[in-house]
Design a protein around this ligand. Structure first.
Ligand SMILES: Nc1ncnc2c1ncn2[C@@H]1O[C@H](COP(=O)(O)OP(=O)(O)OP(=O)(O)O)[C@@H](O)[C@H]1O
Ligand SMILES: [Mg+2]
Length: 264
């Protein structure tokens, strides 16, 4: 594996067995791609095509039915500290304050308490949340919560961060601000990001590449390399051209996915 490659996904397939006589569900059907250092990979695809399943496999939370995933040349076969996760389901711990949420993962490392707190403060500072370290999650806005979740993930110094619709519950304005914030952070840290979204505008704004998945079982339909300098202007002609093309490509798959649902 070359030094630029952080993760390698090889011929990855996943089929869930059917429960109680129900048919099995073929979700992923031979995915092949690489995640390179410094890259921001966005994944879009129809609902139910297997995006979350893919991220769960990359994170070592789910096993593939065929093929494999390598991280730094080693096969992934369980959760790994080098793979950070920002999923909706991994919300902040409500009973811990902001600082304690960030120290959480660090407490599993065998460093002393003072070092752990210093480290956590460093990452809270990086996401601009130092001022609220004693607050509890319920006292924060949605965007602030996600910043703390990102600090918690970054504190473990992962090589890649997997994000599943991280800004899906934010309003449009907060979402745009979080996108800019995340891009800045990614540039500073150089961590590779795999970002699943339903929002094509978001994918074109963030992605160095945008991968479009087909309807289930998902294979890669097309990879777009977004060759636009940052900061990207959402109303620029080139931006709109990428957006239109990706929307069309995705639209066909959404239609297929709907037809499949109606066909049972
Ligand atoms: N543990 C499981 N057991 C059985 N089937 C599952 C399991 N997890 C997911 N599936 C099925 O796999 C398919 C893909 O699910 P997944 O959550 O990966 O889709 P998705 O692309 O993330 O969808 P969305 O865009 O709505 O989040 C769905 O049909 C789902 O019902
Ligand atoms: Mg999903």
């Amino acid at each position: 594996m070359d030094s630029q490659t952080v993760m390698r996904i090889k011929n990855l397939s996943k089929t869930f067995p059917g429960r109680k006589g129900l048919p099995e569900t073929e979700v992923l059907a031979g995915l092949d791609f690489k995640i390179l250092a410094d890259k921001f990979v966005c994944i879009v695809g129809p609902t139910g095509c297997g995006k979350t399943t893919l991220l769960r496999i990359l994170a070592g939370l789910e096993t593939p039915s065929a093929g494999n995933v390598e991280l730094g040349g080693e096969e992934v076969n369980g959760p790994n500290a080098e793979v950070g996760l920002v999923f909706q389901e991994f919300a902040l711990f409500p009973w811990r304050n902001v600082l304690q949420n960030v120290t959480f993962g660090l407490e599993l490392t065998r460093r002393n308490r003072r070092e752990i707190i210093e480290e956590a403060r460093h990452y809270l500072d990086m996401v601009g949340m130092s001022g609220v370290e004693k607050h509890y999650p319920r006292e924060l806005s949605g965007g602030m919560k996600q910043k703390v979740a990102i600090a918690r993930t970054l504190a473990l110094q992962p090589r890649v961060i997997l994000m599943d619709e991280p800004f899906g519950s934010l309003d449009a304005q907060a979402r745009n601000l979080m996108q800019e914030f995340l891009l800045g952070l990614q540039e500073r840290t150089g961590v590779a990001v795999v970002f699943v979204t339903h929002n094509v505008d978001e994918a074109v704004f963030l992605g160095s590449e945008v991968i479009v998945f087909t309807a289930r079982p998902a294979v890669i339909k097309k990879v777009y390399h977004v060759e636009l300098a940052h900061p990207r202007c959402r109303t620029g002609d080139n931006f709109i051209a990428y957006r239109r093309e990706i929307l069309e490509c995705l639209g066909e798959e959404i239609k297929t996915a709907e037809e499949n649902i109606f066909a049972g």
